[in-house]
Design a protein around this ligand. Structure first.
Ligand code: 2AM
Ligand code: CA
Length: 269
């Protein structure tokens, strides 16, 4: 692994330590899934333990750094300069159903700018990572976005809508409109971080999703950008960490995809 940045090193160490347990837990979910009890509570404890291990590793190296994590919320909130953003299991429903499509996602920002990102799929043993200015990697190889130029031939991913969404109909409508413009059916794999990683390494030509949380996408944004892709938001909000509606592409199909999304006048959040 060609990791020679201190921040990526911490992410890597924390992630690998947590992943050991997560892989074991996933095996347990596979067993529980077929039992009458079901894996419900077990999954939330896997989530919390993964998060705890990662937070401990980060705070051991940088005790005063800020952290935003899906379950634990904010830690050291007064530090406005350095902040780590953690999603301990992105793709929780997949994990819960013993579907091997989930990831640990960790981002690091300085002065509200994402500098490093790491996304690890423990089941496929795929580690995606990037640092500003140094390119994006999958395990030992440099990755690049795809070279697809037309939306029509593109493979796209999306996700949602979430159960409580107030714009469900608009989201479905958007899906229909975009579907009409692509030949390959749109994928919905259920882990936004891995969807972004897929854009970064050229498996997907583009990905869009509304109403995400910052921890779903923080690491993915830098990985896609460093792989030569384009990350964009559909929000009016100025602060990047408060934006919820994402479009990430290989950059070549970006305008075509955005034009369809904008044409339908979905209420911008
Ligand atoms: P999660 O698995 O960590 O909840 C699924 O479409 C993707 O959207 C996943 O990355 C999922 O993250 C994310 N997501 C964020 N908020 C969600 C919500 N309220 N309901 C379902 N998925 C959500
Ligand atoms: Ca998530």
């Amino acid at each position: 692994m060609r990791i020679n940045s201190p921040k990526l090193n911490i992410m890597y160490k924390a992630c690998m330590k947590a992943a050991k347990f997560l892989i074991r837990d996933f095996g347990e979910v596979e067993n529980l899934q077929v039992s009458s009890k079901g894996p419900g509570d077990f999954v939330s404890s896997a989530d919390t333990r993964t998060e705890k291990i990662i937070i401990e590793e980060i705070l051991r190296a940088y005790p005063d750094h800020g952290i935003l994590s899906e379950e634990a919320g904010n830690i050291n909130q007064k530090n406005k300069t350095n902040r780590w953003i953690i999603d301990p299991i992105d793709g929780t429903s997949n994990f819960l159903n013993a579907i091997p499509q989930f990831a640990i996602s960790i981002g690091y920002e300085e002065n509200n700018q994402i500098k490093n990102g790491l996304i690890y799929d423990p089941i496929k043993n795929e580690l995606f990572f990037a640092e500003t200015g140094n390119g994006a990697f999958l395990n030992n190889s440099r990755i690049r976005v795809s070279k697809k130029k037309n939306l029509r031939n593109s493979l796209l991913g999306t996700g949602g809508p979430r159960s409580g969404s107030k714009i469900k109909n608009e989201i479905f409508h958007e899906f229909v409109e975009i579907s009409k413009n692509v030949e390959i059916p749109i994928r919905k794999y259920g882990s936004a971080s891995l969807d972004m990683a897929s854009v970064a390494c050229g498996r997907f030509d583009g990905f869009w999703q509304r109403e995400l949380n910052y921890w779903d996408i923080a690491a993915g944004t830098i990985i896609v950008k460093e792989a030569g892709g384009y990350v964009d938001f559909l929000d009016r909000e100025v602060d990047e960490s408060k934006k919820r509606n994402l479009v990430a592409t290989n950059s070549l199909i970006h305008k075509e995809l955005l034009d369809i999304i904008n044409k339908k006048n979905i209420e911008k959040n």
